[in-house]
Design a protein around this ligand. Structure first.
Ligand code: HEC
Ligand code: HEC
Length: 255
């Protein structure tokens, strides 16, 4: 829809700059029962430090939020699909979350909850988002962005079905070249984990099947939430056949 316009793309970038420091405008008057058990949810840290288009985001993570997030990740059943350590998902086309950017995580959770992001396997997660209050999103994001400190290793409830096949080295090599040639590094950083904006994701070490699906969906416009318009603009440069190579390469990078 409106994402197709390049003018909107530019506006979207400007908005992203403005949103980099926006704190959660939590809706008053909802969920008073759980409000009592979750005191002192602080606003996002560093409101005085505007997101810079040149410097990588430096997030000071509030330890109180991080601790609350660790508990919520269990209580809200996130572990069931994403694994105890937030990087051993149930299925290969589910994402790793640990060490992802805080602002990006928050946006995605809000968008999956509201249905603004409705691509891929999001329906699986949307169902449980009804038990997640908006004010619980910042602590969850803080804990994940901190790298899921204190988490037990592995999947929840036994053996993960996720089997990580080492990708074909030739495919990985092609992907490495494409990552530069197709300008991916301009937004995601040379190492694929130093994006130019806090609302942009780290893509290094992501599951290949998940990354592949996201690239296809952003290209096709099926995923059109958040800042996807920025990436959609370059996807005409990327042939569908090149997507598996890019995904294979990303999956081999240290997260
Ligand atoms: C029933 C399974 C399920 C549960 C439970 C679940 N998720 Fe997810 N989650 C998914 C799937 C599947 C995706 C990827 C959707 C897609 O294919 O685009 C996802 C995506 C995400 C993303 C976006 C990742 C990215 O790189 O864009 C975040 C963040 C996330 N989940 C956090 C959470 C948190 C926090 C919880 C607990 C409140 C949770 N999820 C519970 C299945 C689940
Ligand atoms: C102009 C900036 C820009 C460029 C260039 C770009 N991306 Fe992205 N990419 C983004 C943004 C922004 C998102 C997240 C969109 C959102 O807010 O939901 C994203 C999302 C992704 C995702 C999904 C991440 C997740 O966790 O769901 C992958 C994978 C990805 N990009 C890979 C690539 C690859 C590979 C290239 C090169 C072909 C590329 N990107 C080029 C900005 C860009």
């Amino acid at each position: 829809m409106r994402w197709n316009s390049y003018a909107v793309m530019a506006a979207n970038l400007a908005l992203a700059l403005a949103c980099g420091t926006r704190t959660d405008a939590s809706a008053p008057g909802t969920g008073t029962a759980t409000s009592a058990s979750m005191p002192a949810l602080a606003p996002l840290p560093a409101p005085g430090a505007p997101a810079s288009a040149t410097a990588p985001p430096s997030t000071t993570l509030d330890p109180v939020l991080v601790a609350q997030g660790a508990k919520l990740f269990n209580d809200r059943t996130c572990v069931a699909c994403h694994g105890k350590d937030a990087q051993t998902p149930l299925l290969p086309n589910y994402p790793k979350l640990a060490s992802q950017n805080q602002a990006y995580i928050e946006q995605q959770m809000r968008d999956i909850k509201s249905g603004t992001r409705a691509n891929g396997q999001t329906a699986a997660m949307k169902g449980i988002m009804v038990i997640v209050e908006d004010r619980e999103i910042p602590p969850l994001a803080a804990w994940l962005a901190a790298g899921a400190p204190g988490a037990a290793a592995g999947a929840a409830g036994g053996t993960p079905t996720l089997v990580i096949q080492p990708p074909d080295p030739a495919l990985v090599e092609r992907g490495a070249k494409l990552f530069v040639d197709r300008t991916c590094l301009a937004c995601h950083g040379k190492d694929a984990k130093t994006p130019i904006m806090p609302t942009y994701p780290k893509v290094a070490g992501q599951n290949a099947a998940y990354a592949e699906q996201q690239m296809r969906d952003i290209k096709a416009g099926v995923r059109a939430n958040g800042q996807t318009a920025a990436m959609k603009g370059i996807m005409p440069l990327v042939d569908d056949k090149e997507i598996p190579a890019l995904a294979a390469y990303l999956s081999t990078l240290p997260r």
